[in-house]
Design a protein around this ligand. Structure first.
Ligand code: FE
Ligand code: FE
Ligand code: FE
Length: 190
């Protein structure tokens, strides 16, 4: 990678990171939707997938404005966040507890995006790139709204359901947690 020496170059590098992050998400969100057991959560992921596809288009537009090729630069952070989410899904059953975990994983993703878009927006402002500011603001608003919607879903229903959720993969020795108090334990102590 060539050296980054100017704010213009830093801005383009930030766009490439966001572009790759969003592209990774267009592949991860359908999997997260599939893993969700709550209809509301699945809908939220599907809706955000549509927004994410638009966000990719906005980034392409900004590259175009800057006469830069719309290519990404591997976002290692997003790859890591997605990997952690995948691991949580494969180590959980299809219950509200998994949904609570999916929300937590998705909010880490949104917070990363909010931070990335916030900086890119500020740098576009600094560079006097008004059209980029407008496009980045639009995406930033969607990411914040998604984050708030996920908090709302967790707090209005999913967390409570998860708290009284009983694992479907265990037998008589299942772990049932009621109001935060463990009523029985699995013989493996998990
Ligand atoms: Fe996004
Ligand atoms: Fe990144
Ligand atoms: Fe997002």
């Amino acid at each position: 990678m060539p050296k980054i020496t100017t704010m213009e170059e830093l801005f383009i590098d930030e766009l490439r990171d966001l572009y790759d992050a969003e592209t990774q998400l267009t592949k991860a969100l359908p999997k997260m939707a599939k893993a969700a057991s709550s209809d509301e959560l699945r809908n939220a992921f599907e809706e955000h997938l549509e927004q994410t596809e638009n966000q990719v288009e906005r980034l392409k537009r900004i590259f175009e404005l800057s006469s830069e090729k719309p290519t990404g630069r591997k976002c290692a952070a997003m790859a890591g966040l997605i990997k952690e989410g995948d691991a949580m899904v494969s180590h959980s059953d299809d219950t509200p507890v998994r949904d609570a975990g999916l929300i937590a994983a998705a909010q880490k993703v949104e917070h990363y995006e909010i931070s990335g878009y916030g900086s890119a927006r500020t740098h576009a402002e600094l560079l006097g790139n008004d059209e980029a500011v407008r496009l980045l603001e639009e995406t930033l608003r969607e990411e914040k709204e998604t984050d708030e919607k996920l908090t709302e879903l967790a707090q209005s229903m999913i967390n409570e359901e998860a708290l009284t959720s009983v694992s479907s993969s265990t037998d008589g020795a299942r772990t049932a947690t009621v109001r935060g108090r463990s009523t029985s334990r699995s013989p493996h102590g998990r």
